[in-house]
Design a protein around this ligand. Structure first.
Ligand code: GDP
Ligand code: MG
Length: 242
């Protein structure tokens, strides 16, 4: 049976985590494992994860890290862990319900015809929370356009963080070279995947604003991502297609 891992990075998600795990269990995915990567959340998300695991020791596990080390390293550590444990496919998603758990099945389904499936707000059928202020929507779509133009990527939603990976894609990517955090991490991973010639398929999603807890992303992280794009362009000029 195909072994699916879902990696969920958490930082102060105590109200979201238990209900997210419940929703993921309801999906009809055969051999499912959930890996939480918690950065010693001050709100006690780590302890809540431990309690969930006591009840489901063979379905859920957690990596406790010392402190807030960033989204990028959380995912890289998580991915390596899943590969070691024999994952055939790996899903990455936020803990805050911005990514609808029900869409996981569709993302995985798309892996039959692609090397990575990307939940996308900017393809036909995709959309953003209607409560987002127009400037926030504008900033997000302008940001995507800016990045796509510099990196010459045919992907519509380069900062999206709802993705499914085939094992062989994550094995092929030089994960040890990925240094970005925040949005830039999503950009860097998408860029490497595209450069190496892996096929990325976009699945339309509705991106909902979180209703519990606070966003960890700031304008500073967005500006950082805009600057990082240039280093990413430079750093991978040697990368060969597979
Ligand atoms: N482990 C870990 N998780 C993080 C970190 N920063 C953000 N996250 C998690 O990554 C996901 C996306 O972050 P969020 O703040 O919702 O970003 P936004 O949706 O862009 O506002 C959520 O599940 C967060 O809890 C971090 O430094 N470490
Ligand atoms: Mg969020």
């Amino acid at each position: 049976m195909v072994k699916t891992f879902i990696v969920v990075p958490t930082y102060n998600e105590k109200d979201n985590l238990p209900i997210l795990i419940e929703s993921l269990f309801k999906l009809n995915i055969g051999d499912l494992h959930i890996l939480i990567v918690d950065d010693n959340s001050p709100d006690g998300t780590g302890q809540i994860a431990d309690e969930i695991i006591k009840k489901n020791p063979d379905k859920v596990s957690v990596l406790h890290r010392k402190g807030k080390l960033g989204l990028g390293t959380a995912y890289i550590t998580g991915f390596k862990h899943c590969l070691k444990r024999g994952a055939d496919q790996i899903v990455q998603m936020d803990a805050d319900f911005s990514h609808n758990p029900k869409k996981v099945t569709e993302l995985i389904e798309r892996l039959k015809e692609s090397d990575m499936a990307l939940g996308s707000r900017y393809v036909r059928g995709g959309s953003l929370d209607e409560n987002w202020a127009f400037w926030r929507k504008g900033l997000s779509s302008f940001g995507n356009l800016y990045i796509r133009m510099i990196l010459r990527m045919p992907i519509r939603d380069v900062t999206g963080g709802f993705r499914a990976w085939k094992r062989k894609t994550l094995e092929g990517i030089p994960l040890e070279r990925v240094k970005s955090q925040g949005y830039a991490f999503q950009i860097e991973m998408a860029y490497i995947t595209h450069l190496m010639g892996y096929f990325i398929s976009e699945v339309p999603i509705y991106f909902a604003d979180r209703s519990r807890g606070d966003s960890k992303m700031s304008l500073k992280i967005q500006i950082e991502a805009a600057r990082r794009v240039w280093s990413i362009l430079y750093e991978y000029r040697d990368l060969k297609r597979i």
